[in-house]
Design a protein around this ligand. Sequence first.
Ligand code: GLN
Length: 250
Amino acid sequence: MSLSGSASSSESALRVVWVYPDLLSTYGDRGNMLVVERRALQRGVRVERVEVRSDQPVPVSGDIYLIGGGEDRPQRLAAERLRADRGLVRAAHGGAVVLSVCAGFQILGHEFVNDLGEREAGLGLLDVVSVRGTGQRCVGDVLADADESLGLPVLTGFENHQGVTRLGSGVRPLGHVRAGFGNGENSGVEGAWQGDIFGTYLHGPVLARNPLLADVLLKRAWNVADLAPVDDRWYEELRSERIAAVGRPS
Ligand code: GLN
């Protein structure tokens, strides 16, 4: 959709698709949908929220797709169904904006290692491959300087994963890690993005911790360079609290 003077009319509602809430939504990833919805509404645009459970087809007509994190077994089930369904792949190829978190991020790559220890095909929407890390599980708060072309302040989030993700030449890291593990293996980077497809290990939920990242998704969905600023005071309180907590013994 494009943002126009009649943006609040029903035909121009923003369609936000939440993929597989029954399998993939750990650590409050559901909040990502609420933040996108609220920030769209604050710009006068109604949101049509589409929750697609894993036994339902993924519609191809969404503007923004959100997919969250999950345990290893639900992650395998989700990947199997998304590969068979093709809806998310078709939507992404058609220009939809996608934000994926943790297990969802791994599924969007070329492959990941599943709960059976086997390499499993992902959707190939991001030029990344995930393997199972052999070291300690990556758990805790993360701080990462966002990729400079995104124009975002420092990224904050919470991570909890065993998988580590290696980036191919077709993606850029979402951020450069200041604290925490990010993609793991001392890569120094967190997440990945290419075009309108984003992946991150950050929960929190990531868009509540980084509301300007939600605005990046909205700008891409609406094809606009700027959005009217909104009151970010509550987000700023959360951000300062979590940024200050990094490195503090828990
Ligand atoms: N199961 C995956 C891993 O441990 C993803 C975990 C998650 O989504 N929090 O790497």
